[in-house]
Write a protein that binds this ligand. Structure first.
Ligand code: LMR
Length: 328
C-alpha cells in the first residue's frame, strides 16, 4: 500500500496528492475549501484521511481534496447528494439557506468564545441541529471548530462607523448580509476562493474571517489591517448524504464514525491554539493587527444588536436561550 507515503508526501510538500486506492476499497472523497496546513479544518481532514487509510486499509480509502480543488461550498452539497463526494465540512453559515435554525451561529456577539460554542454544540439543543437537514438528504456527523471571526478592511476599523460605505465579502448567509447592512456597509456574497482576488482588485474593501483563514489565504496582504473583533463564530459541520451513510455496511459505518469522533475531539481541542498561532503568523509576516478598547468593542456590540431581533423568530427562543446559557 502506498497510501501513507503519499499522504505524508502531500502533507510535507503542501501539494495535492491523493491516496492511491486499492481495488476493492470503498473510496470516500472529502472535499473542502481551505488550506490543509496549519488550519483547524485542513489538519483535521488530513488526520482523518491518514487514520482511515491506515486503520481501514483494504476496506476503505479516503481522498481529501482541499483548497476548493474539487468543489466550492456552493456546489458541494449538491455533489454530496449526487454521490460525487461522500464528505464535506462547509462552515455553518452555508447551511442557513437550508435550515433557518442555523442562523443562530451567525448572530453577532452571541457566543463569547469557542468554549461557549463547544458547550452549545454538545448540549441537547445543539446536538439536535446535526439532524436539522435530514429531510433534505443531508446528515450532520460532527461539528468542527475553526474559531472566532475578525474583521479586516482596506482602512482601519476601530468603530462601527469606520465600516460605513465599505463593500464587505460575506459567506452565503442572509444574517451576515444583515450584519453588514446594520453597519451601513455593502455586503456581497462571494465564494471563499474568490476573496483574495476580490480584495486585491478592490471589487471588495473588506472581509470577516478567522485568523487561520486570513493567514492561510493571505487576505492580510491585501488589507490595511485586521481588527480583533471576535464578533462571531466560524465553525463547520462534517456532513454526508443520509442515503450513503445509512447504506454503508455496519462495520464500515461504525469504524468510520468512531475515527471521525476521535479526530473531532483531538482537533477541536487544538483549534484555539491553531488560530492564535496564525494571528502571530500574520504579525510575523508584517500584517497589522489592531485590538479594540473595551469602549470600542461595546460600540460594535451595541451597533450590531438589532440584527438579533430580525432573526429571533426563525431561530426560536428555546435555541437562543440554550446558546446564551452556554456562555456561562
Ligand atoms: C469562508 O467561506 O470564508 C469560510 O467558510 C471558508 C472555510 O471553510 O473556512
Amino acid at each position: 500500500l502506498t497510501v501513507m507515503s503519499l499522504c505524508s508526501a502531500a502533507l510535507l510538500s503542501g501539494a495535492n496528492a491523493y491516496a492511491n486506492c486499492d481495488p476493492g476499497e470503498m473510496v470516500i472523497k472529502f472535499s473542502h475549501v481551505t488550506n490543509s496546513d496549519k488550519h483547524p479544518k485542513g489538519v483535521a481532514a488530513s488526520l482523518l484521511e491518514q487514520r482511515v487509510n491506515t486503520e481501514m486499509n483494504g476496506k476503505a480509502c479516503m481522498q481529501v481534496f482541499p483548497n476548493s480543488t474539487l468543489y466550492d461550498d456552493n456546489q458541494v452539497l449538491e455533489a454530496l447528494l449526487n454521490g460525487d463526494v461522500q464528505l464535506a465540512a462547509p462552515s455553518l453559515s452555508k447551511f442557513e439557506k437550508i435550515t433557518k435554525k442555523y442562523r443562530i451561529f451567525d448572530l453577532p456577539f452571541l457566543f463569547t468564545d469557542v468554549a461557549a460554542v463547544d458547550r452549545f454544540q454538545n448540549s441537547e439543543a445543539g446536538d439536535k441541529l446535526k439532524n436539522a437537514m435530514n429531510r433534505r438528504g443531508l446528515k450532520g456527523l460532527e461539528f468542527w471548530h475553526n474559531g472566532m471571526k475578525q474583521m479586516s478592511a482596506n482602512k482601519p476599523l476601530l468603530l462601527p462607523s469606520d465600516a460605513k460605505g465599505l463593500k464587505f465579502r460575506v459567506q452565503a448567509s442572509d444574517v451576515l448580509v444583515a450584519q453588514f447592512e446594520q453597519l451601513g456597509a455593502n455586503p456581497q456574497k462571494m465564494s471563499f476562493k474568490e476573496v483574495y482576488g476580490g480584495l486585491q482588485t478592490k471589487v471588495i474593501d473588506g472581509q470577516e474571517n478567522t485568523w487561520s483563514n486570513t493567514y492561510g489565504k493571505k487576505f492580510f496582504e491585501v488589507q490595511d489591517g485586521v481588527t480583533e473583533t471576535n464578533h462571531g463564530i466560524l465553525d463547520y459541520l462534517v456532513v454526508t448524504s443520509g442515503d450513503w451513510w445509512d447504506n454503508l455496511p455496519d462495520d464500515i459505518r461504525d469504524q468510520l464514525g468512531t475515527i471521525l469522533k476521535e479526530v473531532t475531539e483531538v482537533r477541536n481541542a487544538e483549534s484555539t491554539v491553531v488560530n492564535e498561532a496564525n494571528k502571530q503568523n500574520i504579525i510575523k509576516a508584517g500584517g497589522v493587527v489592531r485590538t479594540l478598547t473595551a469602549e470600542q468593542r461595546e460600540a460594535w456590540v451595541t451597533a450590531l444588536k438589532p440584527v438579533w431581533k430580525k432573526y429571533e423568530k426563525d431561530i426560536g427562543s428555546d435555541l437562543l436561550e440554550a446558546a446564551q446559557a452556554s456562555n456561562q
